[in-house]
Design a protein around this ligand. Sequence first.
Ligand SMILES: Nc1ncnc2c1ncn2[C@@H]1O[C@H](COP(=O)(O)OP(=O)(O)OP(=O)(O)O)[C@@H](O)[C@H]1O
Ligand SMILES: [Mg+2]
Length: 268
Amino acid sequence: MTLMDTPPERAPALELAGVTKVYGGQPPVPALRGVSFTVRHGELVAIVGPSGSGKTTLLHVMGTLERPTDGLVRIDGVDAAGLGDRELAALRARSIGFVFQQFFLAEHSTALENVADGLLYAGVEVGERRRRAADALDRVGLAHRRGFRPTKMSGGERQRVAIARALVGRPAIVLADEPTGNLDSATGASILELLRELHAEGATIIMITHDGDLAARLPRQVHVLDGRIISDSGSAPGGGTAPGSGTTSGSGAAPAAVGTSGGPGEGE
Ligand SMILES: Nc1ncnc2c1ncn2[C@@H]1O[C@H](COP(=O)(O)OP(=O)(O)OP(=O)(O)O)[C@@H](O)[C@H]1O
Ligand SMILES: [Mg+2]
């Protein structure tokens, strides 16, 4: 280990600055009220907060599933506002894996098909999709459930299928919304262990949880209340760089080329 091992400056994995999100309606709901924070590559971050505080909204905005009402969202140094819906869809397919709060599994498809569909937009041919899906299911301990439909599986098994689907494309960033919610503590612990392994392999992981004890076992905790970050323990010294340092992106660091044209096609 020498100083030369220090990697060249790289844009953060995720960067939010002054992000607000107001859901329209009567009355409008200000779900995010000015959120700024930075997640460096290779971090493992817990987002904690009570129900309705804006955690899922924050995750969706970070993952470019929803555009903020105001403020800046950068993924790997790329300003999401500058990308069209198709480009964002391509960016997500390439580098972000989602574990949704309601798993969103297709009930009439088998576990294997559900996971393989996670590669549909990644340009992988069908045989390879199935092979990788089988590997991912193996990984979450569900090799024996490949042919099962979600309706025939337990909550924890479904949660693991959702995780396998999020991971099958080996995304650089994993955004997980309550991946251990509704699970007994042993199953929850095994899911957490899986996320830790992925993190050890280099993935950047952001995980929402209600469980303060579980969050406390992760290197960084961000507490959300009423659409604002009320505390942030900062980047772990081992993981990214120093905590709380300012915005340091800008120069051409990230290889986040987005190849598609900026067509007006509606995203999903
Ligand atoms: N599509 C929507 N339209 C209008 N309001 C919404 C919408 N989605 C969320 N909200 C509101 O925004 C606020 C934040 O919701 P969000 O789902 O982000 O909370 P959360 O912290 O994830 O809660 P939970 O822990 O219960 O999942 C809530 O007041 C919610 O009612
Ligand atoms: Mg939520």
